[in-house]
Design a protein around this ligand. Structure first.
Ligand code: TA6
Length: 316
């Protein structure tokens, strides 16, 4: 649907407006007492989140363009119905099928000071081992925090094995001064392959996660609360989750950022990915007629507002 048609069908005065973005495609603009957010119809991808009285929480590539075959780098890409490479078919794209597809808007709503848009994407044909009719529903809710609920509904007659992620790019002052708390004592799979180490080595996190080179790790977690401590921007960003037993932490650093080609000069220094996932060993089997919900809740607070914990690098 075009932006004007979306606006006529789903616009809510003072809360949700649809327009054509200068990035080259239709977007939903959410506005509430708690802040603003921008979501592209392409990939149902959140591109911006600015809490009231705060600054941009998400990083977006300076080369971001909608309407191309390539997924937009930045914001919160939806990796579905698989995370990373396809489990059996190397011809398939990384991170699933829906990042570059146009999702449907099925509902918009205001609940008190919270504003919500519901997007759906449905496989039209059986693809890569996933049945036609399998659908993903994403609720983006702008309230005191930004909440994303990714619900996979299996209304087919066979069980499916699902991996997925809300691949959140958080904007930071400088990756070299950022740490991530909340993962101390958690096992992780190191996706890198430095000299003398095979890819997939199993390790244990001690203390804060720090960034002195490329980091690409799948942490086995309960429902974790990872907190990004950013002394330069003077803020903490909490990523709380539900329906997830794995969190991916990624920064490409210099060489990989150059290979990716859409990070921009020194762009790797301006973000860290904290990805709310069902990834690695955290595969979810969804039986016929069942559904699975993956939830990410993102909250940014200034160091002062976040109390004594503040940006104390000793916090773990
Ligand atoms: O989540 C980390 C990761 O799997 C990295 O290995 C890197 O490939 C990143 O995702 C970005 O993937 P993309 O397909 O968006 O370039």
């Amino acid at each position: 649907m075009t932006a004007p048609a979306l606006q006529a069908a789903h616009g809510l005065a003072g809360a949700i407006a649809f327009h054509d973005s200068e990035l080259g495609g239709p977007v939903a603009h959410l506005s509430s007492a708690h802040g603003t957010a921008l979501v592209a119809l392409q990939g149902a991808q959140v591109l911006s989140y600015v809490p009231r009285g705060g600054t941009e929480v998400l990083w977006l590539s300076p080369m971001a363009r909608l309407g191309t075959a390539k997924a937009v780098r930045g914001g919160i890409p939806v990796c579905w119905p698989w995370f990373g490479p396809h489990p059996t078919d190397p011809r398939q794209p990384a991170h699933g099928l829906v990042r570059s597809l146009c999702w449907r808007v099925v509902e918009t709503a205001v609940h008190g000071h919270a504003v919500r848009v519901r997007f759906v994407s449905t496989l039209e044909t059986a693809t890569a081992g996933f049945p036609a009719g399998l659908s993903a529903q994403l609720d983006v809710t702008l309230g005191e925090e930004l909440a994303l609920d990714l619900v996979t509904i299996n209304d087919g007659d066979e069980a499916i094995e699902l991996t997925q992620a809300l691949h959140t790019y958080l904007k930071v002052g400088d990756i070299g001064s950022v740490t991530v708390a909340g993962l101390h004592g958690r096992p992780y799979v190191d996706q890198l392959e430095p000299p003398g180490q095979r890819r997939g080595a199993r390790k244990l996190q001690t203390g804060l996660v720090v960034f002195e080179g490329e980091v690409d790790r799948i942490y086995a977690t309960g429902d974790p609360i990872a907190t990004v401590l950013d002394p330069l921007l003077g803020r903490r960003i909490v990523v709380d989750t539900d329906g997830s037993a794995s969190t991916v932490v990624w920064n490409p650093w210099i060489e990989k950022a150059a290979r990716l080609g859409d990070v921009g000069p020194d762009g790797y220094r301006a973000f860290v990915c904290i990805e709310t996932a069902n990834a690695g060993a955290d595969v979810r089997t969804i039986q016929p007629g069942a559904a699975h919900r993956l939830t990410a809740m993102i909250h940014a607070a200034t160091a002062a507002a976040s109390g004594a914990g503040g940006l104390n690098p000793e916090a773990s």
